[in-house]
Design a protein around this ligand. Sequence first.
Ligand code: C2E
Ligand code: MG
Ligand code: MG
Length: 623
Amino acid sequence: MHDTHFHEFLRRQIPVMVGLSLGPGLAYIFLGWLHDSAVPAVGWYLVMLATSVWGIRLYRSFDAATMSETRREQWYAQCTWLVYVFFALWALIFLIYVRLDTYKFHYIAIFTEIGASVVASSLLASDKRLFRPTILVLMIPLIVYFMLVGAWYAYVLAVFSTILTWVLLYAARSTNSLLMQTRHQATHDALSGLYNRQYFIEHLQRRMNSLNESGEHGYLLLVDLDHFKTVNDTLGHDVGDRLLQSVAERLLGSAPDRCIVARLGGDEFIVTGGRFAQRDACEAEALETARRTLVALKTPYTVGAHQLHISASIGVSLLGPGDSNATRFIKEADIAMYEAKARGRDGAFVFDEEIARRVEGNLDIERMLHFALPHGEITLHYQPQVDRAGRIIGAEALARWTSPALGAVPPSRFVPIAEQTGLIIQLGQHILETAFRTLDDWHRAGLALKQFSVNISMRQFTHPGFAAQVEELVRRHLDPVLVRTLMFEITETVVAEDIEGVIRTMQRLKTLGIRFSMDDFGTGYSSLSHLNRLPLDELKVDRAFVLALGNDDGDRAMVATILNMAKLLGLNTVAEGVETAAQHAFLMRHGCGMFQGYFHAKPLTKTAFELFIQDHATARDAI
Ligand code: C2E
Ligand code: MG
Ligand code: MG
């Protein structure tokens, strides 16, 4: 029973023990004095006093919050000895005084002995290792004494004492199991049977204290199930609960011995363990545990009639001497877990200084982003899109942010942050409005494009007011002919959301004439059936694929397959990030419809785009 709670419980009994022994102790001195002289009683009293001082010191040296596990174990061992010594002294006093007849001393000895046993059975109920020997040490001498008296009534008393011993043991045992049960409920999660959050936090703090003391390293894995919400939403909470129970079992199975496995809440679990002199060894075991856990969790589950598949993302944080803040440590694992999710889920990531810096940087971005819109710091650049004949027929609007404090911040940094903080709604509105104004300006200036692409983030797209917002902006800025050139670029992540809702929004906007493109195709995990259900018009082959064209035949085959598939689905194709003539030639050969990349032009400011297009007179002829 290595639990602070019980140690705390035992600690509270120390003053009671001390008080009880010092009080009756004085009575013994008085009786000793009446008997012949108080000298031996005073001697005893001093021994009791010394033990009490020891007890008080133990009482005061206990501090659950700062004590390491090892020190707490040592403290507990000393406490055990204290209890043994205390009650052994009582037993000895009994043996000595029970032989004295003056003033019916033996009666008093018998009563105190029984009293001490009753007290011990209730005081020490928290620990079997304490109450059992103590009750026996106190009661057996009493029983033996009665047997030795030799009179019939004494035999009867011996029998009574035996029964009393049994009753005391029984009472202590029931109290003990009740305490254990209550403690179990307070420290465990009812659904999974694992430790709960509260227990885990206490445990972690103690663990950090002890690693600090020993100079060793330990680790913590924060396990979060991927897309668990979908299971709950589609199959119901009963199935979700049973899945969580199976997950808990597998976590226990894949964690090394002496690890603590806890459920933090929802679909978040913690595994913590390790005592390593070297950080490297610690990291190796942490990663090995993470790998085993990922494999174990991925094996299909059978819940009722359902066959379920689920993966997890694991954030690993390593703690060593010098770390003392448990909450920060969990936060680090949390950051690492989000990184694992961001890297495509079903994986583990170890927290390091680099992500720490990035998270810090993200906070700066988050703070500054609030001022970026009102201060007019967010503008748009436009990257030309070129058709198979080399004519500029379209443009993609790309957000640019130049912050006075942070310099130029790329959209790949600030768009996700705007999504997380909800600022994407205003930001998206601003981008749409700026883009529509440009489109309208160009139209008035006679610069006509067949297609004008705007990126729409997932959070923005799935926001309930999105379609209405677009309708309003279109009404204010664009004439119906221009709306038909609009192409909204969405990414595969929208598919992870409520697909029916996504399709509804798309259809509503399509009635205005807006078309849709699947951006960064091939980097997400949408299935072909999803792709087929969305009313798409265009597919953008992700830059990564274009970049990989130089690698090997496999990558080339991949691009060719994507282009073919798009053709079969009746989708137009745009290749992004075309940088070289060789890439362009390959894509041309495989029937790619449009090209966008540094090979033709980088994203340009509004004026630069206008100049650029003037230089391409051919392009205008064609439109
Ligand atoms: P995206 O929509 O896939 O945009 C293409 C990105 O590739 C742009 O990066 C563009 O500058 C870059 N690019 C184009 N050609 C080449 C090339 O030949 N080589 C290389 N190395 N890069 C090329 P950018 O502007 O940094 O935007 C990054 C991402 O940020 C975009 O990817 C898009 O997902 C997002 N984003 C940009 N603007 C917006 C916006 O207005 N709204 C939303 N929601 N997201 C935006
Ligand atoms: Mg795009
Ligand atoms: Mg893209």
